[in-house]
Design a protein around this ligand. Structure first.
Ligand SMILES: [Fe+2]
Length: 373
């Protein structure tokens, strides 16, 4: 009996979830009779359908009441279906709204054009009512699934912030690591999309520390070998946590491999040289730089020039020999100082270089590192 009532409760919960998923369809068609037929058809399945007769009205409606799906004829007045679709897909606020274009069966080029402007699906006119229902349901289901995945991303990112908040000495660390990585990626000529991956990867890179005990993670004295072995597990734990993320492979690479070293002495996998993903090699440098230039319980923050000396000593063993010089160059030019002061927690302003970046560059004897342009 108990089991039975539990099952009913679950069914009711599932039903409420289904009910709570909004199903607002915006139908853009100037043939009122056909539009009304579609409206009746979809409303039988629980959708709320708003009809607008042209592209201009559609754009206004999308702004005021963003729908869950747009079903648009191509041959509409003012702004045609292709332009309407392009407008929806180019706006970050509306780009996830699925668009189904209604095409004439005699116009095969319409599909190609539709794909180019980002249409999610097509339906031919005159349409089969069952096909219409299936295509609408499938597009809405896809949108709902996507929204769920985005929420998972948000939860995991919030989680990462929470992990960092446990340790006052590392607050702001992940954001600085990411912003340094973006700066470095820019200097390496990598495109903005890749820079965003680096930023997101850096925010998550130490998320696996959630699996490390406070007594080890927050210990201010030297770690025992056993404790260090525990710390070394955090990249693998992070990978396990983030595996379901709707993220690109490079982002997961940063989480898993940011402590690998070029000579194979890193952890946890001991990867060597080029087997370490490129984005992980970038983050290894910016992660270490931020750790060195931040206060720690056992030492004060180092100056940029001191941190660069330490990084340089690892150029043949720890770091990528092509990437590190570019990083050292931008660091010594003072191009990272504003990041450190903007993301303030954990950073000691007293350790900013006061003598000016170029003097540091000269003192450092790193002129040979300046990339020839
Ligand atoms: Fe780490």
């Amino acid at each position: 009996m108990g089991d039975h009532s539990e099952q009913i409760k679950k069914k009711i919960a599932a039903l409420q979830w289904t009910e709570s998923v909004s199903k607002n369809v915006l139908l853009v068609d100037d043939e009122i009779r056909i539009a009304q037929e579609v409206k009746v058809l979809l409303e039988k399945d629980g959708y709320t359908v708003t009809i607008v007769p042209n592209g201009k009205r559609a754009m206004e409606e999308i702004k005021e009441n963003p729908p869950d799906l747009i079903l648009s004829d191509i041959a509409i007045r003012h702004i045609n279906g292709f332009d309407l679709c392009r407008y929806v897909k180019q706006d970050p606020v509306t780009k996830d709204i699925p668009v189904i274009l209604i095409t004439g069966l005699t116009r095969p080029d319409d599909k190609i054009k539709g794909i180019q402007v980002g249409a999610n699906d097509f339906i031919g006119k005159p349409f089969d009512p069952m096909e219409l229902k299936v295509r609408v349901a499938s597009a809405i289901e896809m949108k709902t699934l996507q929204a769920t995945l985005v929420n998972v991303d948000e939860v995991i990112f919030a989680f990462a912030r929470a992990v960092e908040a446990r340790d006052p000495y590392t607050r702001g660390h992940s954001e600085r690591v990411g912003r340094y990585a973006m700066k470095l990626a820019g200097a390496l000529g990598l495109d903005p999309a890749y820079q965003t991956v680096l930023m997101n990867g850096a925010i998550l890179h130490d998320i696996g520390k959630i699996g490390i005990r406070d007594s080890v993670l927050l210990k201010s004295d030297k770690l025992t070998n056993q404790e260090f072995e525990e710390i070394k597990k955090h990249p693998a734990i992070g990978l396990q946590i983030c595996a379901p993320l709707k993220s690109s492979r490079p982002l997961l690479n940063i989480i898993a491999y940011h402590h690998e070293k070029m000579d194979g002495t890193g952890y946890p996998y001991g990867l060597i040289g080029d087997t370490i993903p490129f984005e992980s090699r970038i983050t290894a440098i910016t992660d270490t730089f931020d750790a060195l230039t931040s206060d720690r319980p056992y030492r004060k923050a180092l100056r940029t020039i001191e941190a660069c000396h330490i990084l340089e000593s690892g150029i043949e063993t720890h770091y990528d020999e092509d990437i590190l010089p570019v990083f050292i160059e931008i660091a010594l030019r003072g191009e990272l100082a504003h990041i450190a002061s903007e993301v303030h927690d954990g950073w000691s302003p007293a350790n900013h270089d006061s003598d000016g970046p170029m003097r540091n560059l000269k003192d450092f004897g790193m002129m040979s590192y300046i990339i020839k342009s």
